[in-house]
Design a protein around this ligand. Structure first.
Ligand SMILES: [Zn+2]
Length: 299
């Protein structure tokens, strides 16, 4: 389980607005080549529209990770713009943030990178990435073999020609095989410890009365926790194995008689044009809504 996933969708980004869905078949790891810019900093940098001339690149990834946090910027099954190739149709894109205190020359040459000073940061961002990959592998039935980095994707012909993350990992004596081994170890532990498990969805383990359900299938339990803000998934021994995405970026609205997406957008968001955001956020394929339906509204 990654430390903490903070979900804040980049709804201004054209990639989010394009709203194409994928069935994740793998995970592609990138690194930012932007020294010292941490996961949370990317929201203001990339939550912009290329079409409106606010940003000069058409790019968006599913999440950025640093040594402490995971910031999820796209739904995991949203088609991202990270690979510059066909991997966008199949792969979840993750960007690892690089530590500060060095610069780049000639594309991917790290100048003045202090391995010793950055070792702790590197270990932590590595662990954070392993944990997130284990979580995503469980969620989508993937294994460590489905994980690759941008440069590996490039040699396979499914991504543009970039050097990340190999150019950085090698500074710490690591490569993607080491990374996959670490994911495999954790995946194996989680499989062994979950023989005939029952996954319970509660506010906290001690609040048995808050239980929303108990599931044999972890994916169902995760779904249930996601649908109920404030809820998490617990295994048999009461260990919290999934923290629901207590999404701070939306509130729940219940549709009343006479509502339309336009009216709700006007009433709650102050602009009827924002009906599109509501549609995207809720994965609606038509404009039809029903009385009593619960909709997520951006905050
Ligand atoms: Zn990349």
């Amino acid at each position: 389980m990654p430390n903490k996933i903070i979900t804040r969708y980049m709804i201004r980004n054209d990639c989010f607005a394009a709203n194409r869905k994928i069935t994740p078949k793998g995970i592609m790891i990138h690194s930012t080549a932007a020294p010292g810019v941490m996961a949370r900093d990317w929201f203001s940098r990339w939550n912009k529209s290329y079409k409106a001339g606010e940003i000069n690149r058409q790019v968006c990834v599913h999440a950025f990770l640093d040594d402490k946090e995971v910031w999820q910027y796209l739904p995991w099954d949203h088609r991202g713009w990270h690979a510059g190739g066909s991997a966008n149709n199949t792969h979840i894109g993750l960007e690892l943030c690089e530590p500060g205190g060095f610069s780049y020359s000639g594309g991917f040459q790290m100048v003045g990178y202090d391995k010793k000073r950055n070792q702790v940061y590197f270990n932590n961002v590595w662990q954070n990435a392993v944990d997130l990959c284990v979580f995503l592998c469980r969620k989508y039935g993937l294994t460590e073999k489905d994980i690759l980095c941008h440069s590996e994707g490039s040699s396979m012909g499914i991504a543009s020609n970039h050097a990340d993350v190999m150019h950085w990992f090698v500074k710490h004596g690591k490569n993607m095989d080491h990374f996959r081994v670490d994911v495999r170890k954790k995946l194996r532990i989680s499989t062994l410890s979950s023989i005939k498990p029952l996954y319970r969805v509660r506010k906290s383990w001690n609040e048995a009365k808050s239980q929303k359900g108990a599931f044999r299938k972890l994916t169902f339990a995760i779904q249930c926790a996601d649908e109920n803000p404030g809820y998490s998934v617990f295994d048999e021994s009461g260990i919290k194995i999934y923290i629901g995405s207590h999404d701070p970026t939306y509130e729940i609205y219940t549709v009343v008689k006479g509502d339309s997406l336009w009216k709700i957008a006007k009433k709650k968001l102050g602009d009827s044009k924002r009906h599109r955001e509501i549609k995207v956020l809720n994965g609606l394929t038509s404009d039809v809504i029903h009385i009593g339906q619960k909709l997520k509204l951006p905050k």
